[in-house]
Design a protein around this ligand. Sequence first.
Ligand code: DX5
Ligand code: ZN
Length: 217
Amino acid sequence: MAALIAPSILSADFANLERDLGRIADADYAHVDVMDNHFVPNLTLGLPIFERLAKVSPIPLDAHLMIENPDRWAPAFAEAGAASVTFHAEAAQAPVRLARELRKLGARAGVALRPATPVEPYLDLLAEIDMILVMTVEPGFGGQSFIEGTLPKIRRAREAVSESGLDVWIQVDGGVSRDTIERAADAGANVFVAGSAVYGAEDIPAEIATLRELAAE
Ligand code: DX5
Ligand code: ZN
């Protein structure tokens, strides 16, 4: 399976987002972390900025909504042009209804799980979603270290997806770097978010290429 790399612009320069999107033009998606200071103790950017990013980005946007009440807000990110919209399982009131709405608007629908949230309740609903995001850190901040204890959950999700025969992607987000990406790939992830590892690199395109190679091995 091809490995998809989605650098997180959380580690970009927020005064130069257009320039920094240009720096990851070799990647598959630009991962945009939306935080509301309620679902997570941090605040980033909202819809007006996202709408502008969608207009100027050279690559498709992957919205990761770390917000309360995604049922109310997520569709607007699809309407703004997100290729993929991921909401948190812990925050959504009607995840299946919301996923259907996102798909109807032309976006891929993703469900994100905090490290302590089990994947089992979603394994019967794989036909309704396009991606499971297994958080490999507690959401809220970049630069944290990868939680190894999330690997069995990635494995369980991959087994269930394989058994189903459906094309559901498994994304990992948090602490993904040269040191951890192979273990996540080996467990079954195929979409890799990396913030500090990519934007902290001296040669960003080379780092993206290296991560892609390590994940594909
Ligand atoms: C954290 C965000 C991540 C973050 C990852 O809550 O969802 O996307 O940018 O940053 P790194 O790759 O530095 O762990
Ligand atoms: Zn994220």
